[in-house]
Design a protein around this ligand. Structure first.
Ligand code: ADP
Ligand code: MG
Length: 334
């Protein structure tokens, strides 16, 4: 069905039906349908807020992105920012600028993906705005969450001699994108394609990193590992040494690199949209955690380097040689 057949309010009505499926888990006093949403926030907690904009043609391409995955991802990238602060999400609002070439069914699929992501990570959608775009599609999502004061984790908390660690493995998101773009069989690289289209959010992990491992700094990897390492070191006013061969790279990435005759390090350090967590913690904390918790966590954690004095610079150890770590992440304006 064409958007013009249904109109703005008919569309919002359909959106609201998808969003309100199942029972509300939280204290939403007023949800979709009024001038603004009213929610309860927990006394004693602090609010954490984040927003992200996705522009068609820059952040997503409908040639290979199903609307349902787009909905999942649009929310997931916000949840990842909440996770990176040590917080948990509560509520989200979604603004859409829709080209009239998008169909009602497309918008509904988008909301189904969004809702599935929200249900998975317990984030409730409570409102938004819907307008027409003469050109590309725009999606903007804002998420509010909460964090306990003592568990806020900033980018700026790393200390000299801290270990630098990551969750999960790298490269997959870029492989997924390249597989989709080049028209290869997605089944052979299904983990990577899934990871690119519908990244999982390291929310549970961030909770035990903040509460049990007392990590000193944290950032989520959205632009590329090398770029996030630079952000973390700059904000913590320190340098670092990263051991290139320690960066965990997925099997599928290794296969793809071999097939494409690419370089593993481009994928390990330059792959954006991985949505893993990069964090630092003291060596004592790491040893204590290894003894007590190692086997309780399912998610792989890998030490990839250590924090050094600022004067030592931001360095990469490659084949035994120490070289400057070049930031190769995504930048919109360069
Ligand atoms: P107003 O003109 O007062 O901003 P709207 O007509 O834009 O009100 O919105 C009516 C209701 O529908 C509000 O509760 C708003 O949050 C909700 N809403 C509008 N667009 C969306 C959307 N894309 N997703 C979710 N909720 C939406
Ligand atoms: Mg409005």
């Amino acid at each position: 069905m064409q958007l013009t057949e249904l109109g703005e309010f008919g569309l919002i009505d359909r959106i609201s039906r998808i969003v309100h499926e199942g029972t509300g888990k939280r204290d939403v006093i007023v949800g979709i349908g009024d001038d603004a949403a009213v929610v309860r926030s927990n006394p004693g907690s602090l609010n954490v807020l984040t927003t992200d904009v996705l522009v068609e043609g820059i952040h997503f391409d409908l040639a290979y992105t199903p609307f349902e995955s787009l909905g999942w991802k649009a929310l997931a990238i916000n949840l990842s920012d909440i996770a990176a602060m040590g917080g948990v999400p509560l509520y989200g609002v979604v603004s859409l600028a829709l080209p009239i070439t998008w169909r009602v069914e497309d918008v509904e699929s988008f909301y189904r993906g969004l809702k599935r992501c929200g249900d998975t990570y317990r984030c409730e959608l409570v409102g938004g705005d819907t307008v027409r775009s003469e050109g590309k599609g725009f999606i903007s999502i804002t998420v509010m969450g909460e964090v306990e004061k003592e568990y806020i984790v900033k980018r700026s908390g790393a200390n000299v001699d801290d270990l630098i660690c990551v969750t999960g493995q790298f490269g997959g998101a870029r492989v997924g994108l390249e597989v989709l773009k080049s028209g290869h069989d997605p089944k052979r690289f299904s983990d990577s394609v899934d990871r690119f289209l519908e990244p999982r959010v390291r929310l549970q992990e961030s909770q035990w990193l903040a509460k049990e491992m007392h990590v000193s700094s944290m950032i989520d990897v959205s632009d590329g590992l090398s770029s996030e390492i630079h952000h973390l070191c700059q904000q913590s006013n320190c340098g670092c040494r990263i051991w290139e061969d320690k960066i965990p790279v997925s099997e599928e990435t290794m296969d793809w690199v071999r097939q494409q005759k690419g370089r593993v390090s481009d994928y390990a350090l330059g792959s954006g949209e991985e949505y893993e967590l990069l964090f630092t913690l003291s060596k004592e904390q790491y040893v204590a955690w290894q003894k007590s918790h190692m086997n309780r966590q399912k998610t792989e954690l890998t030490v990839i380097g250590e924090i050094a004095e600022k004067e030592k610079g931001i360095c990469l150890v490659r084949n035994g040689e120490t070289i400057p770590l070049v930031s190769r992440g995504w930048d919109h304006f360069i």
